[in-house]
Design a protein around this ligand. Sequence first.
Ligand SMILES: [Zn+2]
Length: 327
Amino acid sequence: MDYPSFSKLLLVGFAIGTIFGGTSIQAATIHPTPQHAWRYSQKSAWYHDDSTSKYYRQVWDKANATWSKKGFNWKKTKGSSKTTVKNVKSNDIAWVGMTWTNNPSGMYIHKNLVVVNQTLLNKLRYTKQQQINVAAHELGHALGIHHNHDNSISVMNPANRYYGIQNCDVAGMKKIYSKKYVGRSKLKSLATTNVSRGFVSHDYASETIKQPAALKLQAKTIVRAKVAQVSDDQDFYSRIKLQQVEVLKGKFDANKNVRQSGNSFNDVADSQVLKTGEEVILALADNGDHYLPVASGNSIFVATAQANSYQQLSTGLHFELADFNLN
Ligand SMILES: [Zn+2]
């Protein structure tokens, strides 16, 4: 998965600043938005709205309407559907939206779970229109388009807040659906031999691409450690045993596991990158009998070949060990 680098995010911020400042006009993103490997059979799909409030039903209705106007016809059903949308309240401070697509046959969508994180959207004071933009981004993943580049003017900008569906997004969608659909039954037969895991798109707010400085404040424990064991490695869950090298903040109890996730709204994809023997720095919240990364992949750093250099899983940014030292 690609996540924006910090320098490029600054560019996004700059571009947005100039648009609203009225001093210049940011050029539209021309190239079609990239595509995932999966799709629906046609430019139309049902979804079921499981939101807990009228406000979020309106957010999804609006997001759905903008896609329908641009050529992909989302249709709401009261019955069950492959695609479920909803608002959730997640304490994970990193992400505003997430789409989980289960495509065991590789191309045919078996299930989409499409959510926005009400807690963070409110905390960061997203307007209703900006929340609709996030919802439209998630519906974009659900219909088969991928992230656009980091400083794109696109609803599929990886940290999208300000953009609705643009021409490049429509072009990306059309690129998928102008191709002939191979057909469900054929793909189903492939499923037994070509099983792939679910795919999670984690959508961060640009404000919460966490730097060590911010994580140092939030985390109860920051530990440099070796991955001793990874178990229960499933789509939404893994349990990591750490062997402590150095405690950088708080207290670390090696008897507790680090748990990535544990429910279907949290992404364990990032933690799957961790391998036994790897050296990592983790910013952790204490959850009683286990630890949780305070901001999913944003608070997991893997040692690189270079001495004292660590790479943030979610962003690919590099940090020095010294960045994690307190004071
Ligand atoms: Zn996304």
